[in-house]
Design a protein around this ligand. Sequence first.
Ligand code: HEC
Ligand code: HEC
Length: 367
Amino acid sequence: MTMKRIAMRGGALATALAFSAGLAAAAAGSQTQLDVDKLHERANETFEPIPSRVPEVDGNAVTHSRVELGRMLFFDPRLSASQALSCNSCHQMGLGGDDNQTTSIGHGWQQGPRNAPTVFNAVFNTAQFWDGRAEDLKAQAKGPVQASVEMANTPKRVEKTLRSIPGYIDAFEKAFPRQDQPVTFDNMAKALEAFQATLITPASRFDQFLEGNYDALDTREKRGLKAFMDVGCSACHAGVNLGGQNYYPFGVVKKPGSEVLPRDDKGRFQVTKTASDNYVFRAAPLRNIELTAPYFHSGQVWDLEQAVAIMGVAQLGQELSEKQITQITAFLRTLTGEQPRVQYPVLPKGTDETPRPVPFEEAPERR
Ligand code: HEC
Ligand code: HEC
């Protein structure tokens, strides 16, 4: 499969897309017998199943005690200035790892500018956020704690909070042994990364198909998989997460309207300040996509079929037929894996030294 390795944008992408458009025209005419062996082989060249074991993380040992600490931190609203919002407020463990809001609600009921992506399988993305501005989950975890529209806290105040809670001092000592001062903002981020590395969703029906169980997908879903590759979706949505690996303009061929692509969010341009990165975003990972509506960084599209149709026009310059849309969407629904069963932790109790919550109506900087 040559499309798998196409360059980010420009000539190579245009060629690949033109090539795929040709394939699509060929495919549209024929609803002939599916060659399932061939489909299986092509799919395995393009995608990878989610592993059943927790992956290793660069520069961070995913030990039991780190994961346990990370789980407490993930659910602890005391990481936020208001002490009302935890990571789980916007990345709900029971809702596919996101919040099903158009854009998330943070400190003081402020609405952030972007839709919350799922944290499930995020460990497999090459970089974090819609614009890839954090290189990994460790760097990422420091963002929301400080973002004024999210948890609105400061590293100093977080450290003060955690150091005031004996149960946390113990847990950090266990997770980061032989350090003089283990209770740090950095180690908080590492523990959150370790916990999130465990949030993987193996054994989707699609993965079962990749592993050789042809019956895991019905005929419509198989045709959807074929269409997904034939029309060129997999040029950008490939690999283990069917996305999350590379950056492309949202609107390679035709920019969506400003309700779906608000013109003030220029995506990766804000990170690189390079003109060619205007409206460039990370190809969204598509695992568990049926659970994580609404769609796109603007969170403006609730219907998965509509999202597929928009992609056809915006990225491929193609009005997909109703049949193609139904088949591709049926395929996308097979990407739902086993959801992590996360036990809600009992959080260690605070002391008189623990800072008090900053009321929502107060700007947190004043404390
Ligand atoms: C107020 C809601 C909110 C809270 C609280 C929040 N997040 Fe997020 N999270 C978001 C939004 C919105 C984004 C996307 C922002 C962007 O791309 O610019 C995001 C992005 C992420 C991502 C990137 C996923 C990907 O595929 O790119 C991860 C991982 C993540 N958050 C983890 C966390 C952790 C860990 C915490 C707690 C320390 C947390 N979040 C707290 C809303 C929130
Ligand atoms: C040229 C690269 C490219 C191609 C081709 C492409 N996509 Fe995308 N896709 C993206 C990017 C980039 C985004 C993120 C858009 C944004 O900023 O919201 C995305 C987002 C999506 C989303 C929304 C995911 C979410 O979590 O909100 C879906 C669904 C999707 N694509 C499906 C498809 C399908 C189906 C096709 C084929 C018809 C396709 N894509 C073709 C790059 C591509």
